[in-house]
Ligand binder design. Structure first.
Ligand SMILES: [Zn+2]
Ligand SMILES: [Zn+2]
Length: 407
């Protein structure tokens, strides 16, 4: 028997490693390990290192850094730089991973290649990668030996679970490339709902964001990049924020910034400096309110007077063009939308007012007085337009103010 038992134990070791874990235990391990990786990415790399929205206790930050090294081989400075560049150059040729420019198939399936390409651009890493960890362990281990982490993990995984551990390891290696590079960077700029008419195509994938650490709420994030909290509407949930609150309770995290929310003061006769402050801080909200409060009702009226359904009146893609100034339409679609509006002067007027408001709010001159004057003029004309929904929007917008976000 001794001969057999030692042979058997070798077979056992190869099959199930030191732990001889069953399938259930392996799945629990896999889920825990991949979720920890997701949290390291969303909480540490993204919200803390890249956007400075939250600070973690050095011990917590280090656990995240170590785990990122062990399970992804990503380097903090590179990740933060590539991501900051994504925000700075969003949906342009310089955006490292824009589905608008590179195509959704490319970003979804080959996000890792795009990441590799972006890493090779050392000038950008230098430019956008400021303020990332530069301590001894970063310089001596994490940066120069980035791939050592996953290699080490492969050995650990094999020791613990045998050949099954190799499969578990392979899934772990694909986790971030799939969920972060593919789903968030790809689908998060392509499919889902939008709370804010940001100038990019970012979307929220689901309102209950628990699977990718809260990163599902990508439209909210693009509207307020430096907010530690991604859930911004009452029905939304951001699991990453729950973890931050938990860590804050035991003094392991400090929230630095969250998105402001909109407060509407009643009966404000003229837009004042508070209106302007709110509008500039949350201009996307204003553009969304405009679409819901002015454009959609006008469309509905058009449909009603034509005796048609809205879908038949104007296809969805072109309707979206009314929400974002036709930014993402191709030439042919834009021409169709123009022709459609040419026959509907009221819709053209609604679109023109929208474009002019966007222009006022996009003004980067830093001359608050001049911007406020243009806003006055806009409101006066909106109220004289005879379009009831536009008048109502203008009256409400004048009352915009910022309210601190309840934590
Ligand atoms: Zn994005
Ligand atoms: Zn970001």
């Amino acid at each position: 028997m001794p001969l057999f038992s030692s042979e058997l134990s070798l077979v056992d070791f190869l099959a199930g490693g030191l732990t001889q874990a069953g399938v259930g235990a392996l799945l629990v391990y896999l889920l825990a390990a991949t979720q920890l990786t997701i949290f390291a990415v969303t909480l540490y790399l993204h919200r803390s290192a890249a956007h400075r929205a939250v600070d973690f206790h050095p011990a917590v930050a280090h656990v995240f850094r170590f785990w990122t090294w062990l399970t992804t081989s990503m380097i903090t400075r590179e990740w933060a730089a590539i991501h900051r560049k994504h925000h700075a150059k969003c949906e342009t040729e310089e955006d490292p991973h824009s589905p608008q420019v590179k195509g959704i198939g490319m970003v979804f399936w080959r996000g890792v290649e795009l990441y590799r390409e972006a890493r090779a651009d050392r000038a950008s890493i230098e430019k956008y990668g400021k303020g990332c960890p530069d301590d001894w362990i970063e310089r001596k281990v994490y940066t120069p030996h980035a791939t050592l982490g996953p290699t080490l993990l492969l050995f650990i995984s094999f020791a613990l679970f045998g050949f099954k551990g190799v499969a578990v390891w392979a899934i772990q290696m694909a986790w971030i490339p799939f969920w972060a590079a593919g789903v968030v960077n790809g689908l998060g700029h392509w499919w889902g709902y939008r709370n804010f008419e940001t100038t990019d195509t970012a979307t929220n994938l689901t309102p209950w964001a628990f699977w990718i650490g809260g990163e599902e709420l990508h439209n909210n994030h693009h509207a307020f990049p430096s907010s530690a909290k991604f859930a911004l509407r009452r029905f939304e949930f951001d699991i990453g924020w729950s973890v931050i609150k938990l860590l804050e309770k035991v003094r392991l995290a400090k929230v630095l910034r969250v998105a402001p929310t909109l407060d509407v003061r009643p009966n404000i006769a003229m837009p004042d400096s508070e209106t302007l402050r709110a509008l500039l801080a949350i201009r996307f909200q204003a553009m969304t309110d405009y679409y819901r409060g002015v454009t959609l009702p006008a469309l509905r009226e058009e449909a009603a007077s034509a005796g048609a359904r809205m879908r038949a009146l104007l296809p969805r893609k072109l309707r979206k063009g009314l929400a974002d100034d036709g930014r993402w339409l191709d030439d042919d679609q834009r021409a169709r939308l123009q022709a459609w509006m040419a026959e509907r002067p009221r819709m053209a007027q609604v679109a023109e007012f929208r474009a002019r408001l966007a222009q006022v709010l996009d003004d980067r001159s830093n001359d608050a007085q001049a911007t406020l004057q243009r806003l006055h003029a806009w409101c006066a004309e909106a109220e004289a337009s005879g379009i009831r929904s536009l008048q109502a929007f203008s009256a409400r917008m004048k009352g915009y103010a910022l309210a601190p976000m309840p934590a």
